[in-house]
Design a protein around this ligand. Structure first.
Ligand code: FES
Ligand SMILES: [Fe+2]
Length: 314
């Protein structure tokens, strides 16, 4: 990999930081404890399903926590229920839409926002970037009282350019969170994307690192990035200093079924650079695929990391 050249905003000097090799700094005990604290946080029963624009006037099937659900959009509202018709069990995701209702493909039963006695609708929340669903964990009978009206929403930049990817992995949601609680692997495992990394601050359950993000060849921008977990299935990286301060990457890990999860990652980029919004506004159609490509590239590798972690535990 070519020698790094940092461009853009200069960050304040860090003074004395650890010169220990990364493999010594990446302490399994710290990662496990931070993960324990993160996975102990409440979710209110909410999990991210997919990017909001994916929900249109066509039914879509998603498997969440071992069950299939059908989702569709009725004007501004996303609706969902079990993907099994209450009449004789046909898959409603194979049905068609009519006046905002889903119509069963077998005998034409129409199901709308009010649901049906044997077919209650699911609580769904559309935050404008992602769609969430609230599903009580069947293995945890005590969770029902902990269900909340809305999900725990990470703080987002008020004005942003967003791009979302969804990637399925063969592991538990905790393995996805654990991968991101180990920032030390970045420069070694993704040398195409990251240069030098130094720890700025390490608390019990969050960590801030200074890292060079490679933009093109040897050129990169240096940022301070903080990782924290607002709920048990989410880890958020926030740029707290440097280029794009305020930008966030939300990594959500949703349980599909035992040993299978979905990573839904939203990148919300912002900048105070003059002209950024003019360029971003005009080139959003080109920028979004590029942002998705960069996120997918990392997740191809991070999926292998998370899956290995799961396989070793098993
Ligand atoms: S199975 Fe749906 S209407 Fe009969
Ligand atoms: Fe990674």
């Amino acid at each position: 990999m070519s020698k790094l050249r940092v461009i853009g905003r200069n960050l304040p000097d860090l003074g004395n930081v650890s010169s220990e090799p990364d493999w010594r700094q990446a302490k399994p005990a710290w990662i496990e404890n931070a993960l324990r604290l993160a996975t102990g946080r409440a979710t209110g029963g909410w999990m991210v399903v997919d990017a909001a624009p994916k929900f249109r006037d066509k039914p879509r099937r998603y498997r969440l926590q071992g069950q299939d659900y059908v989702f569709w959009r009725n004007r501004d509202v996303v609706l969902a229920g079990a993907d099994a018709c209450p009449h004789m069990g046909a898959s409603l995701a194979e049905g068609r839409m009519q006046d905002g209702c889903v119509v069963c493909p077998w005998h034409g039963l129409r199901l709308g926002p009010a649901g049906e006695e044997r077919w209650p609708t699911l609580s769904v929340y559309d935050d404008g970037v992602l769609v969430w669903a609230r599903i009580a964990d069947p293995a945890n009978k005590d969770e029902s009282p902990g269900l909340t009206e809305t999900p725990v929403l990470p703080v987002r930049p008020p004005r942003h350019l967003d791009a979302v990817i969804r990637h399925e992995v063969r592991c538990e949601p905790a393995d996805v969170i654990a991968n991101r609680l180990d920032p030390w692997h970045g420069v070694h495992y993704h040398p195409h994307s990251f240069g030098r990394l130094r720890v700025v601050e390490q608390l019990e359950d969050e960590i801030t690192v200074r890292v060079v993000y490679r933009v093109a060849g040897p050129w990169g921008v240096e940022v301070d990035a903080r990782f924290h977990c607002p709920d048990a299935r989410t880890i958020v990286m926030t740029i707290v200093d440097g280029e794009g301060t305020g930008s966030v990457v939300e990594t959500h890990a949703t349980p599909i079924e035992p040993g299978r999860s979905a990573v839904i990652e939203a990148t919300l980029a912002t900048s105070d650079r003059p002209g950024f919004w003019m360029v971003a506004g005009n080139l959003a159609f080109a920028a979004r695929p590029f942002m998705r490509l960069a996120a997918r590239r990392l997740w191809r590798e991070d999926a292998a990391y998370a899956e290995r972690r799961y396989a070793l535990r098993k």
